[in-house]
Design a protein around this ligand. Structure first.
Ligand code: AP5
Ligand code: MG
Length: 190
């Protein structure tokens, strides 16, 4: 199995690069943000709880996202591998993911970190806010809160994988295709 973690701050291109990777590597794309937005669109109990937290730019509780990911892993046992996008976002989530994969006789092959400066992140997200219906992109205060959540709670996850020798970093600035070439090079070296 090839199991990748796509890592980086809000707006760094995790979703964009994941969509390219799944085509070339035939992996299953698991974005906890997309899964949560589906729950909101379907009006489920989980979605109702997550909606306000997401609109504020804060992380939803670990238990909720870990439960969602475990269900997806159980339902896709024959998969060639997974791309985890926007997950794990806390060390507790990373530990839970390792545990779940170990029970499937699998492991994380590597983490790809997309490095993008704050000014560019804010520019990309504000632009998307004008053309999409993601409420968390519409307000610079919320965008900055998401970036702060990333710095305080998610950055330690990179250290978690670094200690396992699995962290690979690449610049996420520039053209999407050029970044994809660099990402592929890293994936092929795993
Ligand atoms: P989530 O959906 O994961 O959002 P995010 O991390 O804030 O990141 P984005 O999806 O905005 O950015 P991205 O890195 O995927 O970049 P993208 O490719 O879209 O999470 C949303 C919320 O859900 C969280 O705030 C939290 O509340 C909750 N949540 C989710 N997972 C959770 C978890 N595990 N634990 C707890 N809570 C969780 O690109 C962004 C934009 O830039 C796009 O418009 C794109 O077209 C553009 N773009 C991409 N690449 C480039 C480029 N190279 N040049 C110019 N523009 C580009
Ligand atoms: Mg995304």
């Amino acid at each position: 199995m090839l199991n990748l973690v796509l890592f980086g701050p809000p707006g760094s291109g995790k979703g964009t690069q994941s969509n390219n990777l799944i085509k070339d590597y035939h992996l299953i794309h698991l974005s906890t943000g997309d899964l949560l937005r589906n729950e909101i669109a379907e009006g489920t109990e989980l979605g109702l709880k997550a909606k306000e937290i997401m609109a504020e730019g804060l992380l939803v509780p670990d238990k909720v996202v870990i439960g969602m990911i475990k269900k997806k892993l159980e339902n896709n046992k024959a998969a060639k591998g997974f791309i985890f996008d926007g997950f794990p976002r806390t060390v507790a989530q990373a530990e839970a993911l390792d545990e779940a994969l170990t029970s499937m006789d699998a492991h994380i092959s590597g983490m790809i970190e997309l490095k993008v400066g704050q000014e560019e992140l804010e520019k990309r997200l504000l632009l998307r806010g004008t053309e999409s219906d993601r409420p968390d992109d519409a307000d610079i205060v919320v965008i900055r809160k998401r970036i702060n959540e990333y710095i305080s709670k998610t950055v330690p996850v990179a250290e978690y994988y670094k200690q396992q020798g699995k962290l690979r970093s690449v610049s996420g600035m520039g053209k999407v295709e050029d970044i994809f070439d660099s990402v592929k090079e890293l994936v092929n070296s795993l």
